[in-house]
Design a protein around this ligand. Structure first.
Ligand SMILES: Cc1ncc(COP(=O)(O)O)c(C=O)c1O
Length: 388
């Protein structure tokens, strides 16, 4: 994989000195936090965008048939899914979609199920739209996370529970939910008439022979499900890409379509359209190479932890390009741990408690970067904690 050498000169969230100062207390920290990659995007995507820019005119764009053909080539070959054009609503971002969905189908003070530790913006969006969170915390046994289905049944059965946001695959713990687990979730939501919202943004980065299952595979069982997805993470395009939501239920979908229309959302732009079409048509080889590289980076971390007999544990990811590191054997205070590890190693990772208190004493490291940087980072972290 080719590293983007200009990363540190670009105005990216991940390297923004003000954010580094704010979150890590140090502008010079090595940023291994925000979930985007340090790899150059695929060559066919770069070439298609360069060609488009040379056209010079940038009028209003729409998504032509070739776009939908390319999209369905990707979804059918990867996920055995054919997306119907009318089932899709385009959105500027997944977090935008979540706010619209919750406002359209739930009321103030209704409860929404989350499975912490989980992507923090789920919590933030629920709070912003003044709904409540009901937790179905993940269980961690023998170094692997799973769903507490008994608790999920109870939470889904509560009078005030109206929706669930599933992270599939799960950020930050890296689980790729199995077909059986997804079916159980769908059944529980159906029995309790809970709207199931599945965030599938990490669906393409599936590691070590695992297989991704979309909740859309169960749309025949239950219509009240919405998938929010995008290929932004897959191809390192968060700065130019938009997202979409897929909602099989026609009547409810129309409610949402009207809400989006009200604010004139869902347009595209020249570069997003071109980049995604190229990605769908020609991104396969790059993605295979990426997955191979990420698996290698996971293995390097495992190797370094074992070699040094470190007390840090790696929760081996089944998907995503984040690793979830367990420091519970070493520390007993999450904030002190975060500040000690960050200041002494010089590595900027996400503190586990940012993902909910269930993430306390863990850290999330973004490993979509060079092998050298991954090895250097984990060696530094091992060294500083070994002094305790
Ligand atoms: C699970 C998950 N959903 C959504 C997003 C962000 O998506 P968007 O930028 O489209 O809001 C992220 C980014 O890290 C994520 O991990």
């Amino acid at each position: 994989m080719k590293i983007d050498k200009h990363l540190h000169q670009l105005p990216l969230t991940k390297t923004n000195p003000d954010f580094l100062e704010q979150f890590f207390g140090n502008k010079e920290i090595i940023p291994m936090w925000v979930a985007d990659m340090e790899f150059e995007t695929a060559k066919p995507i770069q070439e298609a965008m360069i060609e488009r820019i040379q056209d010079l005119g940038f009028g209003y764009e729409y998504r032509p048939e070739s776009y939908f053909r390319a999209m369905n080539k990707w979804y059918s070959s990867h996920y055995d899914l054919i997306l119907q054009k009318e089932e899709i609503i385009f959105s500027p971002s997944i977090t935008t979609s979540l706010a619209f969905i919750l406002e359209a189908f739930t009321d103030k003070n209704d409860s929404i199920i989350l499975q912490p530790p989980v992507f923090m913006e789920f919590r933030d969006v629920i709070r912003k739209v003044r709904r409540k969170i009901v937790k179905n915390p993940l269980k961690l046994e023998k170094n692997r996370y799973s769903i507490d289905f008994k608790d999920l049944e109870e939470k889904a059965g509560l009078e005030e529970t109206k929706a669930m946001i599933l992270c599939n695959p799960h950020n930050p713990v890296g689980r790729v939910w199995t077909p059986q687990e997804i079916e159980n979730i769908v059944k529980i939501c159906k029995e309790n008439n809970v709207l199931l919202i599945s965030d599938e943004i990490h669906k393409d980065i599936i590691l070590f022979g695992n297989t991704f299952t979309s909740v859309l595979q169960f749309a025949g069982l239950y219509e009240n499900i919405i998938v929010c997805t995008s290929e932004a993470k897959t191809f390192n395009l968060p700065g130019i890409s938009d997202s979409m939501l897929i909602f099989p239920d026609k009547e409810k979908r129309n409610i949402l379509k009207n809400a989006f229309k009200k604010y004139n959302l869902g347009r595209t732009n020249a570069l997003t359209r071109i980049a995604l079409e190229a990605a769908y048509n020609e991104g396969d080889n790059w993605l295979k190479e990426l997955i191979f590289y990420i698996e290698d980076n996971v293995n390097l971390i495992l190797f370094e932890l074992e070699r040094s007999h470190s007390k840090i544990r790696l929760i081996k990811p089944e998907g995503t390009y984040q690793v979830w590191l367990d420091f519970r054997e070493i520390f007993d205070d999450s904030k002190k741990m975060f500040s000690f590890v960050t200041q002494n190693s010089g590595i900027g990772m996400n503190a586990g408690h940012w993902f909910g208190r269930e993430g306390a004493l863990f850290m999330r490291m973004n490993i979509a970067t060079s092998r050298d940087q991954v090895v250097e980072a984990i060696q530094k972290i091992i060294k500083v904690v070994s002094q305790i």
